[in-house]
Design a protein around this ligand. Structure first.
Ligand SMILES: CC(=O)SCCNC(=O)CCNC(=O)[C@H](O)C(C)(C)COP(=O)(O)OP(=O)(O)OC[C@H]1O[C@@H](n2cnc3c(N)ncnc32)[C@H](O)[C@@H]1OP(=O)(O)O
Ligand SMILES: O=CC(=O)O
Ligand SMILES: [Mg+2]
Length: 562
């Protein structure tokens, strides 16, 4: 059967446990493979057990935001000093993922799942988050794809090229990244409320795959996860309890499930020990989610006009606050016996310009070499074409050792202070900066609204995290009417200037993509949404919260029997 094709059963409806209502399109394959009654019962149990904890954690985020908006700064919590200074370790790293020197990431799209698993990377991080537009179709077919991948039966026929894709004998180890805590799943209602997105992603994937995964991939451990966008260790504690609940349901040993937490919010950098501590039986490291981290710097300091960012292209890992963050992350992880993973270089191969391609690959090499030398145990690649360069940087530095957990303790990073982690980024702001933010933000959103959560734009990988930087930077510059000091003209960013920029960039996008694609695409809707968010008096928490309402499609008829 073709993936996602609608066929009817006797009821043309999902058979659901009590209190669960599926409002997404009916599809026999989703029904038979993923939305089974027992799997939905597991998701509903998780939702019921943890919804109040999640609500409390989200309320705490709001309180913290209020504190920062009143001039407060994030910092280390004196109440948990005993954890930071305590002598404890995380559980030993499972042998199956001892060596993670290169991890490829990508959305849970069928062909890409096969390509990523075959790519030669050590790990594939299959993404329900930054790289995925969370439409019902993408989410559910993503679950089907992962199930087929874990079972080892996945294949894909590219009819246009008459090419069949299948798994190699040797494949990357699979990690799955569910959505962040803040996102709901509007196609699954539990007790009259939309389900928590990440519990749906986690619950369905875990339920259907834990047994096969532990046998085929995890050498008795697993499944493995990446956990995004946390702001505090109380959120890690919820994940730990979710894992314990899942292990109990499955009857598998405690500590089987392992997760790497992305440190990609500014408040979380002050909680790294605490996050590892909460997850100490289930942890396999931390990762520098550098793009969301930059977004979070702006968000956290939205009411601090003395901390404006320079052009997006200037906020690299050599900025003092970014360097300090990655070094403290390495020290923290290695002290606790787990991996300190590097982040994503946004460059991708440039096919039609060898010189530009060489320059881009050179940037990737330098970035990965910096990570390997600093002590990271591995890194992320956005595209299979980058794997050899990433691999070489880590091979040259680690040799045959699977990681640097024991060899690069980075004791010197023990002295990194709150001031280091918060230091204002340096650089200039330019007209090209605001133009690029606008052009990229609108095109990304237009792609997202039509189902693509990661796209190549101007030779870089763009996903929800990088697009967020474009949005919040425009918002910040407009809000504080900053002077574009990099152009030597002293122009101030105000609504009138921004309006002109939007008009001109929309005209440029139309020229670049062509009239036909522009007309058929969602550029105008994206422009309206992006512009509203850039001009909003109060910063929207996430770009995708508003955009999500535009991709929710409730089935015209009831699609489940309550
Ligand atoms: C900030 C963060 O959160 S980073 C993590 C989230 N972001 C991501 O994961 C981005 C992942 N990368 C991608 O989605 C893609 O590489 C893009 C969109 C950036 C570029 O995609 P494209 O322009 O289609 O790439 P391109 O045409 O060069 O692809 C060539 C081949 O490589 C494959 N490929 C490209 N990227 C990937 C990937 N990440 N995983 C698996 N296969 C890939 C394509 O499927 C294609 O395969 P084919 O030759 O069999 O048809
Ligand atoms: O998820 C990764 C990031 O950089 O954001
Ligand atoms: Mg991210």
């Amino acid at each position: 059967m073709e993936l996602g094709k609608t066929t009817s059963n006797k009821f043309n409806a999902y058979d659901v446990p009590q209190g669960v209502d599926i409002r997404g399109r009916y599809c026999e394959q989703f029904d038979n493979k993923i939305l089974t009654k027992d799997a939905l019962q597991f998701v509903a149990d998780l939702q019921r057990e943890f919804r109040n904890h999640i609500k409390y954690a989200m309320d705490c985020r709001k309180e913290a935001k209020m504190r920062y908006n009143q001039g407060g700064l994030p910092g280390f919590d004196p109440a948990t000093r005993y954890i930071r200074e305590g002598d404890w370790s995380c559980a030993p790293v499972p042998p199956a993922v001892d060596d993670r020197r290169v991890e490829i990431t990508g959305p849970v799209e069928r062909k890409m799942v096969i390509n990523a698993l075959n790519s030669g990377a050590n790990v594939f991080m299959a993404d329900f988050e930054d790289a995925l537009s969370p439409s019902w179709e993408n989410l559910m077919s993503g679950q089907v794809n992962l199930k087929d991948a874990v079972d080892g039966t996945i294949s894909f026929h590219d009819k246009a090229r008459n090419r069949v894709y299948k798994l190699n004998d040797q494949t990357a180890k699979l990690f799955v990244r569910p959505r962040g805590w803040h996102l709901h799943e509007a196609h699954i209602f539990i007790d009259g409320e939309p389900a928590t997105g990440c519990l749906v992603d986690f619950g369905l994937y875990f339920f259907h795959n834990y047994a096969a995964f532990r046998q085929n991939q995890g050498q008795g451990f697993g499944p493995f996860f990446y956990l995004p966008k946390m702001e505090h260790s109380r959120e890690a504690k919820i994940w730990n309890s979710v894992f314990e609940r899942a292990e109990k349901m499955a009857g598998i040993e405690g500590g089987s499930i392992r997760a790497t937490v992305l440190i990609e919010t500014l408040p979380a950098v002050f909680q790294m020990d605490e996050i590892l501590y909460e997850l100490r039986d289930h942890s396999v490291g931390l990762n520098c989610g550098r793009w969301d981290y930059i977004f979070s710097y702006v968000k956290t300091f939205q009411a601090h006009p003395d901390r404006l960012l320079p052009d997006r292209v200037q906020v690299g890992m050599t900025q003092h606050f970014m360097k300090s963050y990655s070094e403290l992350l390495i020290r923290t992880c290695h002290m606790r016996g787990v991996h300190a993973m590097g982040g994503m270089a946004a460059q991708i191969p440039i096919k039609d310009d060898p010189a530009a391609n060489e320059a881009a690959m050179d940037l990737v090499k330098k970035d990965k070499l910096r990570e390997a030398r600093a002590g990271h145990d591995g890194t992320w690649a956005a595209h299979p074409g980058l794997i050899p360069a990433c691999m070489k940087a880590f091979d040259d530095n680690m040799g045959n050792a699977p990681n640097q957990i024991q060899s690069k303790k980075r004791e010197d990073a023990a002295n990194i202070t709150e001031e280091d982690l918060l230091q204002r980024p340096s650089g200039v702001r330019t007209m090209e900066g605001i133009r690029l933010n606008t052009r990229v933000g609108i095109q990304y959103l237009a792609a997202w609204l039509t189902g693509s959560g990661s796209v190549p734009l101007y030779n870089l990988m763009e996903d929800a995290a990088t697009a967020e930087i474009s949005r919040v930077q425009n918002w910040q510059w407009l809000k504080y009417e900053v002077e574009l000091d990099g152009d030597g003209l002293g122009v101030k960013v105000n609504r009138e200037l921004f309006g002109r920029v939007v008009d001109e960039e929309m005209a440029r996008i139309e020229r670049e993509v062509g009239k036909e694609k522009f007309k058929k695409g969602k550029y105008k809707e994206a422009c309206k949404m992006f512009t509203r968010q850039c001009k909003a008096p109060a910063l929207d928490d996430f770009l995708t919260l508003d955009a999500y309402n535009h991709i929710v499609i409730h089935h015209p008829k009831r699609s489940s029997r309550l």
